[in-house]
Structure formats: structure tokens, C-alpha cells
Design a protein around this ligand. Structure first.
Ligand SMILES: Cc1cc2nc3c(=O)[nH]c(=O)nc-3n(C[C@H](O)[C@H](O)[C@H](O)COP(=O)(O)OP(=O)(O)OC[C@H]3O[C@@H](n4cnc5c(N)ncnc54)[C@H](O)[C@@H]3O)c2cc1C
Length: 548
């Protein structure tokens, strides 16, 4: 990658344009408007295992000078070649910086024509970069057993949090060598070796998160806004909250992205005419939230909410808490369990909830079964058909049209290796170490058949996990949170309602607590509506903060 930093938008655009014209085919050109923004981008790149060959920074920038930026950037990418962009008047200072921070070149603005004044220098820097001895890139290594549930959980966690890592099976020679080097046996899997050489044996997700640099403890104990849940609704709220100047904390139990993060292809979200994978959408949203200043905590499960005077306090399982002026609950829904003998025992060993994209490569030439008749199941069938020998959709209902969008049904019909079994349920899952067979029952006839099956992905509807809010916020019969006008019964405000007004739309039964996305009663279960509600909840939080 080539990175340019300049606070003057027209200069920044011009540098990036000139660089792209000449190097765009082989290199990605990134631009940032400040040193801080560029450092954030570099941290991201580092985490994803990217490589930065050249950095061009403007000498005179308001908050962080080009020299300060390059100095900090060297800690992240010491091998990248560095140049300062300067005006003629700053030439002396720039020359001094060559010695001070080991800058390779300085470039006088304007550099017209680039063929003469810019490209020869960048060419030289690229040559210097590629000429250096290739050091092995530091990376996190995960050594585990292919069919072990904790090994799968660690892989899934790293993948869903976009942490680059190398998976090494314990029975491969390299796995054996690493375990030997760490003086460990195969009974203690998974083992994680971090980029700086630290070793973690069978870590909890919080230990793993901390080791790979994901934040797990809040920086302070009071925020303007705490958002609980990092799916589309929570990320939407975080982007709008932080961009509008609220000190915002986002708390996520597992990995940002929520259900959408597990989607192999979202085709109906505005602005992505060719579809976008849930992982890509999540990555962009998370970076956007962080860029605006959101603090994100991962692997922290919020387990309590309390109104303490004007503060809204959320607490964690370990007894710690953070307070805020306003809280947005965006905890979405989780998959319902498939109740059939053998399914729970084989979960993580061939049986998965959600699409488990990490398993895609392992599905090559396998018989894959998907339970469910909604869009999520259809997307998964289409996704796994690219890898598997056969994909069978097991649907309880008597037609696909009832639960699936027309475009997906058409897609599936065009795929040779996808078949659909209607009016059918999974009666039992069989296997020792891994799923081997399924018993399927045709409901109208009662006929049962055993079929070979290596993988079963379950998509059978979802439920809100709001037990921790019982007695705190009003819920409907199924546990979804009630908001706004839905809270009024015969015109009466909810029990214990503290404000001298009716609840606003999206506001829960405690003033200053708002609800967005799938967890809200009567919400539309879609990415776009979740994001929209997240944004709207922020507007209402502003109104609440400004209210007398
Ligand atoms: C496979 C699949 C494919 C889909 N495809 C599409 C599609 O193509 N188009 C479309 O519009 N919609 C699609 N959907 C639906 C869409 O993903 C959801 O409507 C959307 O994700 C809802 O967003 P949300 O933020 O409300 O909740 P979620 O996405 O469910 O996110 C909630 C988040 O909160 C976290 N959380 C829960 N409890 C706590 C707690 N106590 N403390 C901290 N964190 C907590 C969870 O870990 C989760 O990350 C799909 C869903 C699935 C499962």
C-alpha cells in the first residue's frame, strides 16, 4: 500500500490521483486528512496483515506535523519508506528532518509534472522497499484440533473480529513443532501464539481478545452514550453518536456485526448493487465507528441495567459497571436451538448455528444440509453450493415462497447441486467425533430416512435474549422490548415511568433508554431498518440530553 497524509483536501486528492495513475494497478493508494487518521488506518492495516511500502506526509499539518506522524508510523511499519511534502519556505526544516526521523526524501509542492518530480522519487522508494530482506510477517498462530469445539470457537472468534491469524492443525508437522517449542502437549488445545510470541493455552474469549489487541475494559466510567450490542443497529448508533460529538461506548458480547456479520451476501442493503458480505459490511462499519471516536469493548456481556438518578448504569457479569446519560439497547436476537437427539452433542463438530464461513473450505466435496426456509437459509445454501458436493435445504413448510425472497428462490433453482426437501424435519444427528449422518422425517407421511451428512447449518428463527432486562424494561410475551406508543395501555404510561411526558418512539419504559433493531418489539428484521433505528435512537438520545 501507498499512504499519503495531507490536511489540505485539494493537495491530498491530487497526490492520491497522481499515485493511482502510475501505481494503482499494483498498489492500493490510501489517503488520510490528518496524522491521527493515518495512524488509525495504519493500525487497521497492521491488524489485517497488510503491508505499507511508502508513506508521504505533509510537513505542516495542524495537530500532528508530518515529522511527528512519520515518527509514530515507524513504530508500526519500520520498513516503509518515508517522504515529507513541503512548501519551498519549509525546505530547511524538512532537510533537518531527514536526519531527525530518518526521512528518505522530501518533495517540494507543487510537484508538476509528476513524471519528473514525483514518480522518480516514489519509484526509488518502492525499489528500496522491495530490495530489503523479506522479514517474516508477525502473525497470530492458532494451533488446534479440526473437530474440537473450543478450537472452532477460537477460529470463529478471530475470523469474526477480522483478526488475521494462521490456523495450524496440531497433527501437522508445523503444529507439532510449535507445540514442542512451547513445551505443550496436544491435550491442551487450542494454543494461541500471539504476534509478539506470547503463548495462551485454551484461552477464554476475553483472554484471546486482550491478547490480539481488542479492547475489553472501558477507558473511563462515564459516557454520554452507551450502546449495548454491536450488530447493524448498535454500529449504526455508534457511528451517528460519535460523529455527532457524543462520547460513545459500544459494548459487544462476542464480535461486532451481529447476525449480519454472519451473512454470506446481503443483496438488499442500499448502496451495494452487487451485494456485500456481512464481514465486509461489518469491517467498514466498525472502522467508521472507530474513526469517529467510538470506544468498542469486545467479549463483554452486559448483564444489568439500572436508573440511578439521572445516570443510566450498565453492569457486567464480573460486577464492574459503566454509567451514561443515555443507553441504547441493540442486542438483536439469537438463533433458536434445534431440538433433536444428537444435535447438541455435535454442535461445533459438524453442526453449526449461522453460516460458519470458516468451515467453507472444509466443506469441499461434502454433503451439506441447511435447516430453515427463510432468506438466511437460502443465502447459506447459495454460498455453500460453491464449495460442497451437494447442498440440501431441509424446510418444515410446504413451500419456499412462504419465507424466502423471490430472487433467492430463483438463484437456488439455477444451482445444480442444491436440492430442497419440503415438509421435512431433522429427527436425529449421528456421528462420533464429527457429524456423519442425519435422520430426516417427511412430516405428512411420517417416513424417516438416514442420509450421509458432513455438515448441518441451522437457521430456524430467532429469539431475543432479554432475560437480564426482566423487571427492568417492559417486554412483550416473547421477550421483545416494548417502546414508544406500544408502552401505553389504555392511555396509561408504563409502571414506574419517571418523566412528565409519554415515551418517545424507540424509548423503552425507562426514560433515556432507547431500543434499536431486531430486539425491539414489532421491528422490521432487516439490516437497513436496524441501521436506521440506530441512527434515529441517537437523535432521540440528543433530544433527551437536551430536555430540561
Ligand atoms: C444469515 C443471515 C442473513 C441475513 N441476511 C439479511 C439480508 O440479506 N438482508 C437484510 O436486510 N437482513 C438480513 N438478515 C437480518 C439482519 O442481519 C438482522 O435484521 C440485523 O442483523 C439486526 O441487527 P441488530 O443490530 O438489531 O441485531 P443483531 O445483528 O442480532 O446484533 C446484536 C448484537 O448484540 C450482541 N449482544 C446481545 N446481547 C448482548 C449483551 N447482553 N451484551 C453485549 N452484547 C450483546 C450480539 O452478540 C450481537 O452482536 C440476515 C440475518 C442472518 C442471520
Amino acid at each position: 500500500m501507498l499512504l499519503t497524509v495531507d490536511d489540505d483536501p485539494s493537495v491530498s486528492r491530487a497526490v492520491a490521483r497522481d499515485l493511482r495513475r502510475r501505481y494503482g494497478q499494483d498498489h492500493q493508494v490510501l489517503r488520510a486528512a490528518s496524522g491521527a487518521e493515518a495512524l488509525d488506518a495504519l493500525r487497521e492495516i497492521k491488524l489485517r496483515g497488510g503491508r505499507v511500502a511508502v508513506m508521504l506526509a505533509d510537513y505542516r499539518m495542524p495537530e500532528m506535523s508530518g515529522i511527528e506522524f512519520l515518527e509514530a508510523a515507524m513504530d508500526l511499519f519500520p520498513r516503509a519508506r518515508r517522504a515529507l511534502l513541503t512548501a519551498y519556505a519549509d525546505t530547511d526544516a524538512a532537510i533537518a528532518a531527514i536526519n531527525l526521523v530518518d526521512v528518505d526524501y522530501y518533495l517540494l509542492k507543487p510537484w508538476e509534472p509528476p513524471e519528473e518530480k514525483l514518480y522518480p522519487i516514489v519509484d526509488a522508494m518502492l525499489e528500496a522497499y522491495t530490495g530489503q530482506p523479506d522479514v517474516e510477517m508477525a502473525e497470530t498462530k492458532l494451533i488446534g484440533h479440526r473437530w474440537s469445539v473450543p478450537s472452532f470457537a477460537a477460529r470463529d472468534f478471530l475470523a469474526r473480529n477480522a483478526v488475521p491469524y494462521r490456523w495450524i492443525a496440531a497433527d501437522e508437522p508445523e503444529g507439532g513443532r510449535l507445540l514442542q517449542a512451547a513445551d505443550l502437549g496436544a491435550q491442551t488445545l487450542p494454543v494461541v501464539i500471539t504476534a509478539d510470541g506470547g503463548t495462551l493455552v485454551a484461552p477464554s474469549t476475553t483472554e484471546l481478545a486482550t491478547a490480539v489487541g481488542l479492547s475489553t475494559t472501558p477507558a473511563t466510567d462515564f459516557y454520554d452514550l452507551v450502546v449495548v450490542g454491536g450488530g447493524p443497529a448498535g454500529l449504526g448508533a455508534a457511528v451517528y453518536g460519535a460523529s455527532e460529538g457524543l462520547r460513545t461506548l459500544l459494548v459487544e458480547r462476542q464480535a461486532t456485526g451481529g447476525q449480519a456479520g454472519q451473512s454470506s451476501r446481503i443483496e438488499n442493503y442500499l448502496g451495494f448493487p452487487d451485494g456485500v458480505s456481512g464481514a465486509q459490511l461489518t469491517d467498514r462499519a466498525r472502522r467508521q465507528a472507530v474513526r469517529f471516536g467510538t470506544e468498542i469493548l469486545t467479549t463483554r456481556d452486559v448483564s444489568g441495567l439500572e436508573a440511578r438518578g439521572p445516570a443510566r448504569v450498565v453492569s457486567f457479569g464480573d460486577g464492574t459497571e459503566v454509567a451514561a446519560h443515555a443507553v441504547i439497547i441493540a442486542t438483536g436476537v439469537s438463533y433458536r436451538d434445534l431440538e433433536a437427539p444428537g444435535v447438541a452433542e455435535l454442535s461445533g463438530r459438524g453442526v453449526y448455528y449461522g453460516s460458519a464461513a470458516t468451515e467453507a473450505a472444509a466443506c469441499a466435496d461434502a454433503d451439506v444440509f441447511i435447516v430453515g426456509g427463510a432468506n438466511s437459509a437460502g443465502q447459506a445454501a447459495s454460498f455453500f453450493s460453491r464449495y460442497a458436493k451437494s447442498v440440501t435445504l431441509v424446510v418444515r413448510g410446504d413451500s419456499l415462497e412462504r419465507g424466502m425472497s423471490y430472487y433467492l428462490i430463483e438463484q437456488l433453482q439455477a444451482l445444480d447441486n442444491v436440492s430442497v426437501r419440503l415438509c421435512t424435519v431433522v429427527d436425529q444427528a449421528h456421528g462420533d467425533e464429527h457429524l456423519e449422518r442425519l435422520s430426516l422425517r417427511h412430516v405428512p407421511s411420517g417416513a424417516t430416512e438416514q442420509v450421509p451428512a458432513s455438515y448441518l447449518f441451522v437457521f430456524i428463527g430467532a429469539q431475543p435474549r432479554t432475560d437480564w432486562l426482566a423487571g427492568v424494561l417492559e417486554r412483550d410475551r416473547r421477550g421483545f422490548l416494548l417502546t414508544g406508543p406500544d408502552l401505553l395501555v389504555d392511555g396509561q404510561r408504563p409502571r414506574g415511568w419517571l418523566a412528565d411526558r409519554d415515551p418517545w418512539p424507540l424509548e423503552a419504559s425507562v426514560p433515556g433508554v432507547f431500543v434499536a433493531g431486531d430486539v425491539r418489539a414489532e421491528s422490521v428484521k432487516r439490516v437497513a431498518s436496524a441501521v436506521g433505528e440506530g441512527a434515529m435512537a441517537v437523535t432521540l438520545a440528543h433530544r433527551y440530553l437536551g430536555a430540561p
